[in-house]
Design a protein around this ligand. Structure first.
Ligand SMILES: NC(=O)c1ccc[n+]([C@@H]2O[C@H](COP(=O)([O-])OP(=O)(O)OC[C@H]3O[C@@H](n4cnc5c(N)ncnc54)[C@H](OP(=O)(O)O)[C@@H]3O)[C@@H](O)[C@H]2O)c1
Length: 229
């Protein structure tokens, strides 16, 4: 399948790499191709720059948000949550019309330092804002409760653990479920929370995730939801 991954950060890179490994035709989207390739040296976490990563992944294409979204049959939103609405505006409503948008973003606001706050919560969520802004796009929220490496390789965390899925369109959720299966997620561990308003709950897990990162000093963990029989 042709997949557009909007976002050049760690999530965009890791998800694009996995999708390409699985045989999908992947285009990463960015605001400005020349600008993102011009950034050299390690990022603030000591990871290789996007341009170095891109050189090592010749199967992945790079384009503007709009060009990537236009080519993608399915679109992944892996842009900064504070800027996702701007990034999607650049991607263009027409280029996303009638397509599935797998939304991995979290509306984390780091502007006042650590710990971050949520820029939208309680009575709304970024997933809902995106769905409201693009009513002809089928928004499915998932994977946002995990670090990028666990998202595409659940076996990093031993045993059973839970991935959530939210969205209004049953068929779109079913397609995203298949994609999650191809990443290694077992159906029993995929918990469908319901419509897109359930994005509120999973986005509000991100402040907990940040605190757990502080405890474990590693992002390789997850939550397992267990229901009494
Ligand atoms: N890091 C994780 O492990 C993790 C886990 C779960 C969920 N998430 C969520 O996944 C998303 C991506 O996270 P990340 O750490 O990979 O990357 P990030 O640094 O949060 O976002 C990078 C992307 O956001 C775009 N962007 C930044 N400011 C923009 C603006 N003003 N207008 C338009 N686009 C803008 C960048 O565009 P350019 O390419 O043009 O620079 C880039 O493509 C976030 O929403 C994050 O909360 C992250």
């Amino acid at each position: 399948m042709k997949i557009a991954v909007l976002g050049t950060g760690v999530v965009g890179q890791v998800v694009a790499e996995k999708l390409a490994e699985l045989g999908h035709e992947v285009t990463i989207g960015t605001r400005n191709v020349n600008n993102v390739l011009a950034v050299k040296g390690p990022d603030r976490f000591g990871r290789a720059s996007f341009s170095d990563w891109f050189k090592d992944h010749p199967k992945v294409k790079l384009a503007t948000f709009a060009e990537a979204a236009q080519t993608g049959e399915l679109i992944v939103n892996a842009t900064n949550g504070m800027a996702s609405l701007s990034a999607l505006e650049l991607a263009g409503a027409d280029n996303m019309k009638d397509k599935i948008l797998l939304d991995i973003s979290n509306p984390l606001d780091f502007s006042k330092g650590m710990p971050p706050t949520l820029s939208v919560c309680n009575t709304d969520s970024l997933g809902e804002q995106i769905q409201r802004t693009y009513p002809h796009t089928k928004v499915v929220k998932s994977l946002n409760t995990l670090n990028a490496y666990v998202q595409v390789n659940p076996a990093i965390v031993p045993g059973d653990h839970t991935i959530f899925i939210s969205g209004n369109d049953a068929n779109a959720k079913s397609k995203v479920r298949s994609l999650l299966n191809s990443f290694g997620w077992k159906n029993d561990n995929i918990l469908d929370l319901g419509d897109i308003t359930t994005s509120r709950g999973v986005e509000q897990l991100s402040p907990l995730w940040v605190r757990l990162l502080g405890v474990f000093q590693s992002g390789n963990f997850n939550i397992h939801v267990v229901k009494a029989k």
